[in-house]
Structure formats: structure tokens, C-alpha cells
Design a protein around this ligand. Sequence first.
Ligand SMILES: CC(C)(COP(=O)(O)OP(=O)(O)OC[C@H]1O[C@@H](n2cnc3c(N)ncnc32)[C@H](O)[C@@H]1OP(=O)(O)O)[C@@H](O)C(=O)NCCC(=O)NCCS
Length: 164
Amino acid sequence: MSSAGTAPSLPPGVIVKEHASLPSKQRAIVAAKVARLEKKIFPANEGFDYDVELKKKNIGLLLAFKEGDVVAYLVNQRIKRMVWLHKLCVIEQERQKGIAKCLMHALCQQTGKSGGESIQLWVDEHREPARALYSALGFRQIELRQAYYAPGRAGLKMELAIGM
Ligand SMILES: CC(C)(COP(=O)(O)OP(=O)(O)OC[C@H]1O[C@@H](n2cnc3c(N)ncnc32)[C@H](O)[C@@H]1OP(=O)(O)O)[C@@H](O)C(=O)NCCC(=O)NCCS
């Protein structure tokens, strides 16, 4: 896992938690907050239905909180020995402080500990910061599909081998 190395540090005041570890009352509030953030940041047709998805046993939601509020989240799904990264998002005012890197590191650790062999994802070719992040972590492009997201918006499939 090229990205594992030393754990990157979170900015001061930011903590990472797994959604499933929160008290049940807080889980619903946080899921609603994540759904709102998602509507703001991703096109409508790419939104996740959190009411449905979070009920699935193989879906994971990693969260970064600052002063009690969600500032970033990462949605993943375990399918046999592979983990799909479905969503990664940091609110605009907290970007470029290393939060996404920390969430990705946490996902790599989780995946490795549970015997997962790779993480895969699709990313819009025009999302430069995300592509730079994944490349810096060692993800390799394994497929390119034209108009994957919409006309003129190709999708790149990327993969990171874990524990190699
Ligand atoms: C992509 C995204 C998650 C990055 O989050 P972030 O917390 O700002 O990223 P980090 O600060 O952890 O940056 C880690 C690395 O990513 C790359 N990176 C992040 N933002 C970048 C930018 N604006 N330009 C170029 N590279 C960037 C760099 O390699 C950086 O490492 P460095 O700081 O050592 O140079 C964030 O920009 C975002 O939420 N974008 C909108 C949603 C999105 O595109 N999600 C991904 C697709 S599902």
C-alpha cells in the first residue's frame, strides 16, 4: 500500500469517526447533514440516497468533525476483497489542509486490517484536485470511459493495491 506509511496529521480541532460508532440519534442527524452537503457539492444525478445506502451492512461512512460539525466524509462499500470508494468530500473552507489525505489513510488502514486487497473508484476526469490526491496516494488509472458522468465528462477508474 504505497499510501500507508506514516499516518498524516489532521489539522488542529479535526477528529475522524466512523458513522456506525455514533449514538443512534446522532447517526440520523449526521446522515442528513451529509446528504445536504452532497446536494451542494455534487450534481443531482450523482447524489447518494443515504436513507437507503446506510442500511446496507457493507457500506461505511467515515466522517471528519470540527467543533461538532461535519467538515468531510468518505463513503465506501466492501465487496468481497475489494473496497469501492463512492464519495469523498471536504467542505470548501477546510480544503487543502490534509483532511482528505487523512480520511483516505484511515480507509487504507481499515481495508488492510480487514483483509481487503484493493480500493477502486471512478473519478470525473475534470476533478483535478481529486485526481491529484488519488495519484499522490498511489492509485493507478485502469480504465477510461467516455461520457461516464455526462456528455463530455469522462470517468477514470482508478485502483490502489493494498498490502503489496
Ligand atoms: C478532492 C478533495 C476531497 C480533496 O480534499 P482536501 O482535504 O482538500 O485534500 P488534502 O488537503 O488532503 O490534499 C491531499 C493531496 O491532494 C492533492 N490536492 C488536493 N487539493 C488540490 C488542489 N486544489 N490542486 C492540486 N492538488 C490538490 C495534493 O496532492 C494534496 O497533497 P499535498 O497537500 O501534499 O500537495 C476536495 O477538493 C473536494 O472535496 N472536492 C470536491 C468533491 C470531489 O471532487 N470529490 C472527489 C470525487 S468523488
